[in-house]
Ligand binder design. Structure first.
Ligand code: SF4
Length: 240
């Protein structure tokens, strides 16, 4: 079993409630969505960058696609970590590969939550789910109703259980409408432990702090779910 991977490295989680946790990151190539603010490489590369020494910016090259044992060896070489972050791109494109990934640390899935059939394949392997909600102003999409249905189905399949923590992350732009956020959260609130409002960082289209605080208050009042405003801290630390 093989999959295309762009990077494997050890760093700290920069987003959401597990910010600062030491993780190994496996960044898969490819995504089924097109978000206009996406900052990850989309095209196939012949080489996976493997940073053996965390923070060194010195990379070994592993030829793509990688077989599952190569990924396991690379991941395990970093020793004790909180979890293994499977990110992308969209890792659920590679659900069959992930099913075969046996790691000593638990799996932390970072997903756009739009592939429910793939989510079913790996739901028993995943201990943490950082599930994005892509609302209408963020993606190119012809059938938004189906997109939202897939999102809700994915959260239902990967919902919080005794052995899994599922939370949702929503990137907030300066033209994000509160109602769009409130509508989708109403539909997934039974499945998650918390909501992360993540103001977009890499563009000048940031929302105002007043808007973020008002939205946080409405979410807390409506759903009573832990709702936090957390930017991407990896940009501040300057780490991968
Ligand atoms: S879902 Fe993530 S990887 Fe895919 S296009 Fe959007 S931001 Fe990029």
């Amino acid at each position: 079993m093989k999959a295309p991977v762009s990077e494997i490295f050890c760093s700290v989680q920069g987003e959401g409630p597990y910010v600062g946790m030491r993780q190994v990151f496996v960044r898969f190539i490819g995504c089924n969505l097109q978000c206009w603010y996406c900052d990850t490489q989309k095209g196939y590369t012949d080489i996976c960058r493997f940073e053996k020494e965390p923070g060194s910016a010195i990379f070994a090259s592993l030829p793509n696609p990688l077989d599952v044992n190569t990924v396991i060896d690379a991941v395990e070489s970093f020793g004790n970590v909180h979890s293994i972050s499977l990110t992308g791109g969209e890792p659920l494109l590679h659900a069959d590969f992930i099913k075969n990934l046996q790691t000593s640390a638990p799996i932390y899935l970072e997903s756009n939550m739009t592939m429910p059939d793939m989510a079913k394949k790996i739901k028993h392997k995943v201990s943490f789910v950082s599930g994005d909600v892509k609302i209408i102003n963020e993606i190119e999409c012809d059938d938004f109703e189906t997109h939202i249905k897939r999102t809700i189905d994915s959260f239902r399949i990967l919902k919080t259980t005794e052995s899994r923590d599922c939370f949702c992350k929503i990137v907030i732009l300066n033209n994000t409408k509160s109602e769009d956020v409130l509508d989708i959260v109403d539909n997934i609130s039974d499945y998650i432990t918390g909501i992360i409002l993540q103001p977009v960082t890499q563009y000048n289209d940031k929302p105002s702090i007043q808007f973020l605080l008002q939205l946080q208050k409405r979410l807390l009042d409506n759903n009573g779910i832990d709702t936090r405003i957390i930017p991407q801290t990896q940009k501040m630390l300057g780490c991968l």
